[in-house]
Design a protein around this ligand. Structure first.
Ligand SMILES: [Zn+2]
Length: 507
């Protein structure tokens, strides 16, 4: 079985997007899809078309735009309406896949579906056949497979393949499995499903016990040839298997797994940043592969070893994953050309207009701050992702704060579509609270601040501060980020972005 290539099936836009507070607009999904194509994923699960008109629209747009470069997948329950809707959304993709699922475990059969085993098999077969009528590439998932009786799992799998499924995905929906348990399930299927060679076996592991990556890799050892995963391990509850971790484990330990992926690994870091920015889910500092500390060697003894021979303490090279450190790169006199090259080297593909905007900000930053690092440039680019939903812009503001004054913010804003200008002021517990209140007054939305984080982008007192906010408006959660050497300005940007998102959702 050596020399095989593992299909990387990314479900950031479907499973990842379903996690609380991670919902994305269509424009944001397009941006992520573009990054996934550049990363080289084999299948993009773009959404669940019947879930909402917004989901349908984004799957359709992604199918049209990227369906000739990679396979675009849509999810459907084993129901006629679901399948028709998904097929409709995928219609224009050159390479499309329909993913149908039906729960098979006793718990789900009895409590959720109230269906017998025979009912399940019958429904699965009927719906796989119907899906194949629309799109020949059909994936079938027996939901909660890891808790399904093995013989029944074999029966359903065999019948689904007979009905035309070309991929059978074995989900550990609730993150209950362990590596040897999951290995045994896949092995059992390989040994007991007579037509198993007619389909690709796939994994879909949740991380409730922190084992999603380990389980996925165990499945590969047992013969699975597709891994479903997400950028940064995003997903419901504790998330899914993290794409960057499974890919780098396979690559770094090729000696052991003897398989490959088609992933363009130097794009991992920038893709991780993009998804983190868009969803507002920060990546923990010590996260494997894409955490900020993943390649930091602080201990003296390590540094000493590293200076003599990198491989003493390094199993991967930072450049293999596109890691961005705090290299001093550019100064004020670097010019547009050098800037453009650096942006490219950092793994970003910017349109001319966007590049100009970021370059202008870079020059402004180089004026304010002595040293500009790679991480500063990345932060500037990040702050420009997915701006399409912007309705209000902050033109200028003034805050007053101190020990013997009433913290006050005054600001001037513009409605981008009407060009109408608004001026307002508010007081608060401090300058940031005051400016948040003033922003809410102009935008006309009352929000609850759920989370507020500030961190420094690089080092030094003149470093840029990056602010992330998470707000709730009614039932919905929105996030925003801002970057500036002045954290009041960064906070205002972040809060306004979140309010703009809420506004876009309302309209
Ligand atoms: Zn899932």
């Amino acid at each position: 079985m050596s020399g095989d290539t593992i299909t990387i099936f990314d479900t950031t836009l479907r499973d990842g997007e379903q996690s609380p507070g991670c919902s994305m607009t269509t424009d944001e999904k397009m941006e992520v899809a573009k990054a996934l194509v550049e990363l080289g994923v084999d299948v993009i699960e773009a959404g669940f078309p019947i879930a909402s008109p917004g989901d349908f629209e984004s799957v359709q747009k992604i199918a049209r735009q990227f369906g000739s470069q990679t396979t675009i997948c849509g999810l459907a329950r084993c129901r006629v309406e679901d399948i028709e809707r998904a097929a409709e959304a995928l219609k224009d993709a050159e390479n499309a896949r329909l993913h149908v699922f039906l729960a098979t475990s006793a718990i789900h059969r009895e409590h959720k579906l109230k269906m017998s085993k025979d009912d399940i098999v019958e429904r699965a077969v009927e719906m796989v056949k119907r899906a194949v009528d629309y799109i020949p590439d059909v994936e079938f998932s027996p939901e909660d497979a890891a808790r399904t009786e093995l013989d029944f799992l074999c029966e359903v799998t065999e019948k689904a393949i007979d009905a035309g499924a070309t991929t059978v995905n074995i989900p550990d929906t609730v993150g209950y499995s362990t590596p040897s348990h999951y290995f045994n399930i896949i092995t059992y299927l390989k040994n007991n499903v007579p037509n198993i060679d007619k389909a690709v076996i796939s994994t879909h592991c949740h991380n409730d016990l922190g084992l999603a990556v380990a389980n996925s890799l165990a499945a590969v050892e047992a013969g699975a040839r597709q891994i479903e995963c997400t950028i940064n391990g995003l997903g419901e509850r504790a998330g899914n298997a993290s794409l960057e971790e499974v890919v780098m484990a396979i690559r770094t330990r090729r000696d052991h797994y003897k398989v490959d992926t088609r992933i363009n690994t130097p794009k991992l870091f920038s893709t991780s940043r993009l998804v983190s920015r868009i969803t507002g889910m920060t990546v923990q500092r010590n996260k494997a592969i894409v955490g900020r500390n993943a390649f930091a060697h602080e201990a003296g003894i390590h540094q000493h070893g590293m200076l003599q021979e990198r491989s003493t303490y390094e199993i991967m090279r930072p450049e293999d994953v596109g890691y961005v450190g705090t290299n001093l790169v550019l100064g004020k006199h670097s010019g547009r050309h050098a800037f453009r090259d650096r942006v490219k080297e950092l793994g970003f593909e910017l349109e001319e207009k966007q590049l100009q905007k970021v370059f202008d900000e870079f020059i402004a930053l180089a004026d304010k701050k002595k040293d500009v690092y790679d991480s500063d440039i990345v932060a500037l680019i990040d702050s420009h992702t997915a701006e399409a939903s912007e309705q209000f812009r902050l033109d200028r503001f003034h805050t007053l704060a101190g020990t013997d004054v009433l913290p006050t913010a005054t600001l001037e804003m513009r409605n981008v579509s009407t060009d109408e200008v608004f001026r307002d002021a508010a007081t608060g517990d401090g300058p940031i609270d005051a400016i948040f209140k003033a922003l809410e007054r102009v935008v006309g939305i009352e929000a609850v601040l759920e989370d507020y984080q500030v961190r420094s982008v690089s080092t030094g007192k003149d470093a840029q501060g990056e602010v992330m906010v998470r707000i709730t408006v009614g039932e919905n959660v929105y996030h925003g980020n801002g970057v500036n050497t002045d954290i009041v300005a960064a906070s205002a940007q972040a809060y306004l972005k979140a309010l703009n998102r809420a506004l876009a959702d309302k309209s």
